[in-house]
Design a protein around this ligand. Structure first.
Ligand SMILES: [Zn+2]
Length: 161
C-alpha cells in the first residue's frame, strides 16, 4: 500500500526538515484541537486529520504513547484503537459517502511510514477514479475540501455520538 501515501511525501519531507519533535506528541500536548487538527480525543488514543490528505476525510488514529511498533502498546490501547477505527469507518461513511475505505499502518521507514517513530493508523475514504486521477495529474493534488471544513464536520460528528 506504500504508493497510496506517496503523493504528499515530497511536501511532507520539506516540512520534516523544520521539525525536531514528534508531530503526534506535539498535537496531543497542544490545547488547540482545531489548530492541531485533532477531531476526537479518546482515553488512550486520539484521532487527527492528515495535514496532507490523500482524499477529503483522511484521518489518522494514534495512541498518546510514543511508540514505533504496534506490539509496544498494551491490549487495552490496541482494543480502543480498533474501536476508533470502527467509529471512523461509520462516521466517514455517514459524512462523505465514500465508495470504499482504506485502513493502513506503515511500521518503519522502509514500509513507507512518514513519521516512523510514532505509530498511526490511516483511515481514508476512497472513490472510484481517485487514484487514476492522481496519476494523471502527477504530483499535483486536488483536495476538494479545506482542512478547517473537514475538521468541523468530523469533530462534530464524533461529538454527536
Ligand atoms: Zn510521538
Amino acid at each position: 500500500m506504500g504508493h497510496l501515501w506517496t503523493p504528499w511525501r515530497s511536501t511532507y519531507l520539506k516540512d520534516k526538515r523544520d521539525r525536531t519533535a514528534c508531530i503526534f506528541c506535539l498535537a496531543a500536548a497542544s490545547t488547540g484541537d482545531e489548530e492541531s487538527l485533532i477531531v476526537h480525543r479518546a482515553r488512550l488514543n486520539f484521532i487527527i486529520l492528515n495535514r496532507y490528505p490523500y482524499t477529503s476525510g483522511h484521518l489518522m488514529i494514534a495512541p498518546y504513547q510514543h511508540v514505533s511498533r504496534l506490539q509496544q502498546v498494551d491490549d487495552e490501547t490496541s482494543a480502543e484503537m480498533m474501536r476508533l477505527v470502527r467509529r471512523s469507518e461509520q462516521l466517514l461513511e455517514q459524512t462523505y459517502q465514500p465508495q470504499g475505505i482504506n485502513l493502513g499502518m506503515n511500521l518503519g521507514e522502509a514500509a513507507g511510514a512518514g513519521i516512523e517513530q510514532h505509530i498511526h493508523m490511516h483511515v481514508l475514504p476512497r472513490w472510484f477514479g481517485d487514484a487514476n486521477f492522481m496519476t494523471s495529474v502527477g504530483s499535483t493534488r486536488i483536495i476538494p475540501e479545506e482542512l478547517s471544513v473537514t475538521w468541523a464536520r468530523l469533530s462534530h460528528a464524533f461529538q454527536d455520538e
